[in-house]
Structures are given as structure tokens and as C-alpha cells.
Design a protein around this ligand. Structure first.
Ligand SMILES: Nc1ncnc2c1ncn2[C@@H]1O[C@H](COP(=O)(O)OP(=O)(O)OP(=O)(O)O)[C@@H](O)[C@H]1O
Ligand SMILES: [Mg+2]
Length: 219
């Protein structure tokens, strides 16, 4: 569950990036976030993933109050969410398997468990046959599916994706959206920012829009 109550975010300048955001996304919901460039979509996601603090108001994500979370508590919180970016952010010198295994390694998971879990997730995203390849030999869609497997391997309750299809052609975009819907159907809360209005229309999901830091059609 994600709940914003009267959230403001002001960057030095001052830039009022978020203004009085009220938004509640229930567990297991699928929600799109749309809005023009500079509207505040990435800022909203940075708040949800505790990359940065809100300036005022209250934010609760996956039962964690984030308003005043201490940096010591951030790593434990991050284990409960998954994040996907427009530019995939895969590590070039690691194989698909190693990229997906990385969050488990960071958590100190046993090798034995890693060798069991990673193939399961690669199968889920249809990439079992690419396990030993490096990212540069994959298509954009395959790279993004690797990034999604990596975001899900530690079984977070919430997945946020910031323009996950921004660098993909229409066919690969549909493939990624199908995968995100599947992830949601299995119980994960999914929140996706996108510029692709046609796709949003076709998918017929709850959609919230942000414009100049203010939400339209919120709660
Ligand atoms: N670290 C920062 N310091 C100062 N201003 C910032 C910072 N990050 C973002 N902003 C400003 O906050 C506003 C919202 O930016 P944000 O990146 O959230 O927009 P966005 O909706 O994600 O845009 P895009 O669709 O282009 O990705 C913009 O005016 C931006 O210039
Ligand atoms: Mg952005």
C-alpha cells in the first residue's frame, strides 16, 4: 500500500515539485501515472523509494512511515520495494543471471538459494535461454525484462516503474506491460509512470495524472 497525505516536495531554488499530494494505492492495485515532462513523476517515485525525503506531509509505503525515515532504516525498507527505470540500469560486466542475483547477494543470501531462485525468476520473464549472456547482446525488451526480474527477485510487495517502456518500440512496450500486469495479478502493487497515452487507454487501468506538481484525479 502507498499513501500520500498532503505531501509537498520543494527543491532548492525553490522548485515546488510536489504540491499537496493526496494519493492512496491499495495492495495489489495497478495504477498508471501520467503527466508532461517536468510535472513531478520521477520526484513522486523518488519519494516512494526513499531516495529523498518529502518536505512536508506524510508518506507511508509498505507499512513504513517514510516522512522521517532514518538513513539506517532505508536499506531494510528498500528490500520491500522494487524499482525499474527507463534506461534499465543493468551492470554491463555481469551476465543476466548475475544481474538478477545481485540483490540477493547484497542481502547475503546463500549461494544455494541464489542458484535455485534466479532461474525461477528468469523463467517467469521468459529469459531462461539468455541466462549467461551479457546485457549488450540483448534486445531492449530483454534488457528491461532482466531489470524487472532483478527488481522482483527479493519479492517486494510494491513495484514502481519510471517510464519502463520509454526506450522501447511499441511491440516490446506491450510485452513489458503484459509482464507488469502479470506481476500485479500475482499480488504485487504496481505503479507505472508513462508518457504513452495510447497504451494507457488500451490497458484500461486506474490512471492518475500530475501537472506542475499537482495531482488530478487522485484518491
Ligand atoms: N534535484 C533537483 N533539484 C532541483 N529541481 C529538481 C530536482 N529534481 C527535479 N527537479 C525539478 O522538479 C520538477 C519535476 O521534475 P521530475 O523529474 O519529477 O519530472 P518528471 O515528471 O519526471 O519529468 P520527465 O517526464 O521529463 O521525466 C522539474 O521542474 C525539475 O526541474
Ligand atoms: Mg521523469
Amino acid at each position: 500500500m502507498i499513501e500520500f497525505s498532503h505531501v509537498y516536495k520543494t527543491y532548492p531554488g525553490p522548485v515546488h515539485a510536489l504540491k499537496n499530494i493526496d494519493l492512496r494505492i491499495d495492495k495489489g492495485e495497478f495504477v498508471f501515472l501520467t503527466g508532461p515532462s517536468g510535472a513531478g513523476k520521477t520526484t513522486l517515485f523518488r519519494m516512494i523509494s526513499a531516495f529523498d525525503h518529502v518536505t512536508s506531509g506524510q508518506l507511508v509505503v509498505a507499512n513504513q512511515e517514510l516522512t522521517q525515515i532514518s538513513s539506517a532504516d532505508v536499506p531494510a525498507f528498500r528490500r520491500r520495494i522494487g524499482v525499474v527505470f527507463q534506461d534499465f540500469k543493468l551492470l554491463k560486466n555481469l551476465t543476466v543471471f548475475q544481474n538478477v542475483a545481485l540483490p540477493l547477494k547484497v542481502l547475503g543470501e546463500k549461494e544455494q538459494n541464489i542458484r535455485r531462485r534466479v532461474p525461477d525468476f528468469l523463467e517467469k520473464v521468459g529469459l531462461s535461454h539468455k541466462s549467461d549472456q551479457y546485457p549488450e547482446s540483448l534486445s531492449g525488451g530483454e534488457q528491461q525484462r532482466t531489470a524487472i526480474a532483478r527488481a522482483l527477485i527479493h519479492q517486494p510487495g510494491v513495484l514502481i516503474a519510471d517510464e519502463p517502456t520509454g526506450n522501447l518500440d511499441p511491440r516490446l512496450s506491450e510485452e513489458i506491460m503484459d509482464l507488469l500486469e502479470k506481476v500485479c495479478a500475482q499480488g504485487t502493487t504496481v505503479f507505472v509512470a508513462t508518457h504513452d497515452h495510447e497504451m494507457v487507454k488500451r490497458r484500461n487501468k486506474r490512471t492518475v495524472s500530475i501537472r506542475a506538481g499537482e495531482l488530478e484525479g487522485g484518491r
